[in-house]
Write a new protein. Structure first.
Length: 273
């Protein structure tokens, strides 16, 4: 067993899980693909586990694995200064969002309870018994991103990154050597220096280039959102450095830093004091 223990993967295959497994094997870190029924299989009783996979499956296994899942707070994006978002963002509920009389981008803060999308008005939001009126949502102005980048951040430092979209279409390209590399890192470093304390020590931050709506106005860099590193696609980012962030973002509860406790929803009683 290495100092990093082992990496437990949800049973659903993804390209990122394969890349992380290969990276883990290169380091001598054991990899366990968990059984689909939700048990821990051969990982039962092992110490030092880390996790990569979806939140629904995680809810069934992380207590047995004794893993702490770090994630940004639901209202984090709505608390950022306008200079870093470039658009109005509000945290509200599905019930309030249904009253919208204008087009808006609406998304769940962290889960995938309904598709994040531009809705013509509140009446177009999905409906269903699983989507109660008090479910939290983020509402933001409709904007156009000419390019979007995923950054893997550890202790306030960008370890690796990838372009993942241009004009809303999938377009993966490594950040290293990208024509926007310097601009992305300058914006990210400034943002993290000012606002990084509101994020877990291991997290994914998406940033992008906003197209200015008015003639003669300059395009601007802005934060798209932040996500859990243990449930994010790495696209063209360096998987070895991605793994560094994932290991911290979903690792043993006994090794969780004090500053990260507020970002973990499942914490042993002896760690909450």
């Amino acid at each position: 067993m290495t100092e990093h223990g082992f990496l437990a993967l949800a049973p659903q295959y993804t390209t990122t899980s394969e890349l992380l497994a290969r990276s883990a094997h290169r380091r001598g870190i054991g990899v366990e693909v968990l059984p689909a029924h939700g048990g821990t299989g051969s990982a039962m009783g092992k110490r030092g586990g880390h996790y990569y996979g979806g939140p629904a499956f995680a809810a069934r296994v992380v207590d047995a694995l004794e893993v702490a899942l770090l994630e940004p707070s639901d209202d984090w994006l709505a608390t950022l200064p306008y200079e870093y978002t470039g658009r109005r963002i509000a945290m509200t509920t599905v019930g309030e969002a249904r009253r919208l009389a204008r087009p808006a981008f609406v998304k769940p803060p962290s889960d995938k309870s309904f598709p994040a999308a531009v809705y013509a008005d509140g009446s177009h939001l999905p409906a269903g018994p699983e989507l109660s009126l008090d479910v939290p949502v983020l509402i933001s102005d409709v904007v156009t991103w000419s390019a979007e980048f995923r950054l893997y951040v550890l202790d306030g430092e960008v370890l690796t990154g990838s372009q993942y979209a241009t004009f809303g279409r999938l377009d993966a390209e490594r950040l290293n050597g990208h024509r926007y590399e310097v601009a992305v890192l300058e914006f990210a470093n400034d943002f993290l220096a000012m606002c990084g304390g509101g994020l877990p020590s291991a997290v994914v931050v998406d940033v992008g280039l906003l197209i200015a709506p008015g003639r003669g106005a300059a395009d601007r860099w802005a934060v798209v959102e932040a996500n859990m590193a243990w449930f994010s696609s790495c696209y063209a980012a360096d998987p070895d450095r991605v793994l560094d962030v994932v290991l911290r973002s979903a690792g043993p509860r006994t090794q969780m830093a004090r500053r990260d406790r507020r970002f973990c929803k499942r914490v042993d009683a002896h760690l909450t004091g």
